[in-house]
Design a protein around this ligand. Structure first.
Ligand code: NAP
Length: 247
């Protein structure tokens, strides 16, 4: 129970990678706040499914792109569980289309959820972490943020932005004992990729040395590692978890 006594807040935790991360952190002994935007029932069901793990689980609604909602959520988590010691900025969306067809709204929505959300959450918890002289922030970037992708200019910009945010905050908060890292997953079996055409999935698998998509648990285990004392000397890192796709 490497994370016993830790208080984690995972954004976008009702499904997919976020939900798997909640399970991994809870299994390691952390109390976990389960953020969602609209999937209230899924967040509550996740909390119920892990209720035997002996940790406290708190579903909390907020749009991570909204500064007021983020402040209110962090206050509610603090009041119920205590100061956040682990933050996982996982919430993200796609609005894929080629540049010529991409509306300013498509661009802004993707940046707001992934990048502005991570900024708002980090700002809301950093003071407490610095005061405590400890804490871990993990940002969920993507192989697309490292390599770019046709049809995903908004998503790639948001995920590349997260890498810049990660490295800047690692420099800024490191002297106060706060570690900031990112994971860069390849393609993962979640609702986000379920909509991809079969032919595209086959193409992706064909380009991936491990020749398959990832399970959400395979991303979550790396996030839990980065949150743990075992990663105590790692900060500013972007760990590819992509089956070799980004080589
Ligand atoms: P997913 O299954 O589509 O789930 C998205 C999660 O984000 C949901 O919990 C959703 O909440 C939440 N969310 C969306 N907008 C939000 C907002 N404004 N405020 C709060 N929560 C919000 O996604 P996923 O595939 O697990 O992806 C999770 C993260 O990994 C994303 O950042 C994604 O970009 C990144 N990633 C995914 C892949 C992949 O192949 N799947 C690869 C690389 C990186 P509701 O359920 O309430 O809507």
């Amino acid at each position: 129970m490497e994370l016993k006594g830790q208080i984690a807040l995972v954004t976008g935790a009702s499904r997919g990678i976020g939900a798997a991360t909640v399970a991994a952190l809870a299994a390691a002994g952390a109390d976990v706040a389960i953020n969602y935007q609209s999937s209230r029932e899924a967040a509550q069901a996740l909390a119920a499914s892990l209720s035997g793990s002996g940790v406290r689980l708190l579903p909390v609604q907020a749009d991570v792109a909204d500064a007021g909602q983020v402040s209110a959520m962090v206050e509610a988590v603090e009041a119920e569980l205590g100061k956040t010691t682990i933050l996982v900025n996982n919430a993200g969306i796609t609005r894929d289309t080629l540049l010529a067809r991409m509306s300013p709204e498509d661009f802004d929505a993707v940046i707001a959820t992934s990048l502005r959300g991570a900024f708002l959450l980090s700002r809301a918890v950093a003071r407490g972490m610095m005061k405590a002289r400890g804490g871990a922030i993990i940002n969920v970037s993507s192989v697309i943020g490292r390599r770019g992708n046709a049809g995903q200019a908004n998503y790639a910009a948001a995920k590349a932005g997260l890498i810049g945010l990660t490295k800047s905050l690692a420099r800024e908060l490191g002297p106060r004992g706060v570690r900031v890292n990112a994971v860069a997953p390849g393609y993962v079996e979640t609702d986000m990729t379920a909509a991809l055409p079969e032919a595209m999935k086959e193409q992706i698998v064909g380009r991936t040395p491990l020749a398959r998509l990832a399970a959400p648990e395979e991303i979550a285990s790396v996030i839990a590692f980065l949150a743990s004392p075992a990663a105590g000397y790692i900060t500013g890192a972007v760990i590819p978890v992509d089956g070799g796709l980004g080589i």
